[in-house]
Design a protein around this ligand. Structure first.
Ligand code: COA
Length: 328
């Protein structure tokens, strides 16, 4: 018995916000954003769309590609830092939209590493319990709802979207399976990427709203250095565990934070730049959604063949990080 990726889906909202649009909102320039981040545009959800609505579209596509019905799902895991509400879980809200009435549902918060964390949990549930046969995993974010659109340090970086994968059991999977993984966290740096208020430490009040403490804050250059080291370390562990080298990798699919981070990771791993999957120019940083968006594009574009090795890696607030090797 093995665990296979049965289907992949993704969704981005229609509205495009370009760097030139941002020039009208904050003191920045297309040139600055492109040089420092590689981002040219990002997608922004409408006022009516919540994270679960983006997740719903991605999930529908993944179900179609897997050729299964929502009621066959045993569990739904939604990774997100921009959940519909603090509770109930976005996964429960999504369950109702999908009609996945046999699924147990929960959200998982590991910031930009959320999809990799969720895949690890889903994989372990499937391996460890004969009851579970099919699990839907999503990274879904409406980051536009937690970004301060007056802060040029952060608002230029982020976008909205959702990516979905369905994992399931099969007899003996030679491909579409997870080969190795490594996850990590370090709570020493909780303050360098965070939303300060709105939880039990600092409940929402008129003062926290006036101080803009419900928006995402970031110490950009600290994040940069830690991100590169953590992703490189995790990728090396995973390749060692799987007994492969950088030469065996078809695609490195890093969390799409910033093209400079991606290039630094690839260079340290000695993976050529044309083997690094990048769509950060079109979608910006979509946190937990970004790896799912990349994998769906790889699938739709037939950019990998059966048996190719795809190395995923992510880094995010917490801090959290990880890497996962997939055989396509
Ligand atoms: N437009 C124009 N100028 C900007 C700007 C913007 N959008 N944002 C910041 N600046 C200014 C700063 O105010 C600073 O000006 P100063 O020197 O007068 O103080 C200057 O540009 C340089 O800022 P700095 O922070 O040193 O730039 P940087 O080269 O480190 O790039 C980031 C900033 C955010 C792009 C970079 O640090 C980064 O990518 N960090 C990682 C962020 C990330 O990926 N986070 C998510 C991880 S999951």
């Amino acid at each position: 018995m093995s665990i296979q990726i049965l289907g992949i889906g993704s969704y981005v909202p229609e509205k495009i916000l370009t760097n030139c649009d941002l020039e009208k909102m904050v003191d920045t320039s297309d040139e600055w954003i492109k040089t420092r981040t590689g981002i040219e545009q990002r997608r922004i959800a409408s006022a009516e769309q919540a994270t679960s609505d983006l997740a719903y579209e991605a999930a529908k596509k993944a179900l179609k590609n897997a050729n299964i019905q929502a009621k066959e799902l045993d569990a739904i895991i939604v990774a997100s830092i921009s959940v519909d509400q603090v509770f109930p879980s976005t996964a429960c809200i999504l369950q109702e939209k999908l009609g996945a009435k046999h699924a147990f549902c929960f959200d998982l918060e590991a910031a930009c590493s959320g999809l990799l964390y969720s895949l690890e949990v889903a994989n372990s549930l499937l391996v460890g319990n004969p009851k579970y046969k099919k699990i839907l995993v999503l990274g879904a974010e409406k980051l536009s709802s937690i970004v301060d659109w007056e802060d040029r340090n952060t608002c230029i970086l982020f976008g909205d979207g959702a990516g979905a994968l369905i994992l399931g059991k099969c007899e003996d999977a030679a491909e579409n399976c997870i080969i190795a993984s490594d996850l990590g966290a370090n709570g020493k740096y909780t303050d360098i990427l965070q939303i300060p208020a709105g939880g039990s430490r600092m409940p929402a009040s008129a003062v926290t709203v006036a101080n803009k403490q419900h928006y995402l804050t970031m110490a950009g250059s600290d994040v940069f250095k830690l991100a590169v080291n953590a992703m490189v370390g995790s990728c090396k562990k995973v390749m060692k565990e799987a007994g492969i080298t950088a030469d065996d990798i078809k695609w490195l699919v890093p969390h799409q934070a910033n093209y400079r981070i991606l290039r630094a990771v690839a260079s340290r791993l000695k993976i050529p730049e044309d083997e690094v999957y990048m769509n950060v120019n079109r979608f910006g940083n979509t946190s937990a959604a970004s790896i799912g968006l990349c994998l769906d594009e790889i699938a739709d574009g037939n950019l990998a063949e059966k048996g190719d090795y795809i190395l995923l890696t992510a880094f995010g607030g917490g801090l959290t990080w990880g890497a996962m090797l997939i055989k396509w």
